[in-house]
Ligand binder design. Structure first.
Ligand SMILES: C[S@@+](CC[C@H](N)C(=O)[O-])C[C@H]1O[C@@H](n2cnc3c(N)ncnc32)[C@H](O)[C@@H]1O
Length: 250
């Protein structure tokens, strides 16, 4: 019955407790290759495919990039197929397929998350991704964006666009440090996703925060003390959303 699911989400045909948010359509091999490349998947990665279908993304991640992976899939028949295909590709020891709902599953161990869902489902999933994944985790979506959370990178293929986000640390707040020049730096930062803005002071004087670029746990800041002086740049590293270290770049 599940195999006859039409792309129009014919949920009436399913068991009442198994409503698909997205119909099954597999990602094609060429797109998978580009998704894994964009995510820079390697041997140390734990890739989670949310709505893993027949497991083709994870099988490729395990087979060609040596990664481990977990597929979260609501349809038990797809899980059975994925396990069979993983065994056929001799990568079953690297992979696990879990029958669960993508909105309930524990995804906190992921270092990479892959998605081929729908725009509305991506947006519904967004708070879970931002709250449960560790800063620095890469999220790759086949075809669909994430609403007003702008992608860090986009790759336009001939048939489709793929998107990449890096989970940002929570860095909003006031942070202070001493530069190598002995000056006291202070910033007060606001944040929306990875976009950072705010104010800066050097030795108690108002300065200009010229640039702020957040990637995972790493925040690059450019601060200009006065119109006549040249800007200073710093890389701030956060851990568990607390400031761990500051490097003066120039
Ligand atoms: C478009 S397919 C993508 C399959 C695979 N990720 C790929 O790219 O080849 C979406 C998959 O999500 C599954 N799915 C839909 N709603 C789900 C939910 N709420 N929780 C878990 N899986 C779900 C469907 O059964 C289907 O296999």
């Amino acid at each position: 019955m599940f195999r006859d699911l039409t792309p129009d989400l014919d949920n009436d045909a399913l068991e009442p407790d198994m409503l698909l948010d997205v119909p099954f359509v597999p990602t094609d091999k060429g797109v998978i290759k580009e998704m894994l490349k964009l995510a820079e998947v390697g041997r140390k990665d734990m890739v989670y495919d949310l709505g893993s279908g027949e497991g083709c993304i994870l099988i490729a991640a395990a087979r060609y990039r040596g990664a481990r992976g977990v597929g979260i899939e609501i349809d038990p028949l797809r899980i059975a197929d994925a396990m069979e295909f993983a065994a056929d590709a001799y990568v079953e020891n690297q992979l696990d397929f879990v029958e669960d709902n993508i909105f309930d599953a524990d995804i906190s161990e992921a270092t990479v998350v892959t998605l081929y869902l729908l725009p509305t489902v991506n947006v519904q999933l967004r708070p879970k991704l931002l709250n449960e994944l560790r800063p620095g985790t890469r999220v790759i979506s086949h075809a669909f964006d994430m609403g007003d959370w702008q992608a860090d990178e986009k790759l336009e293929l001939s048939s489709v666009t793929i998107y990449k986000w890096v989970i940002p640390a929570q860095i909003a707040g006031a942070w202070e440090w001493e530069g190598y020049d002995g000056k006291a730096y202070r910033v007060e930062l606001q944040q929306k996703y990875q976009e950072v803005s705010g104010s800066a002071w050097v030795d108690g004087e108002v300065a200009e925060l010229k640039n702020a670029v957040l990637s995972g746990n790493s925040l690059w800041l450019e601060i200009q003390p006065g119109a006549a002086s040249s800007p200073d740049s710093f890389t701030l590293t956060f851990e568990k959303n607390e400031l761990q270290s500051v490097e003066h770049d120039n």
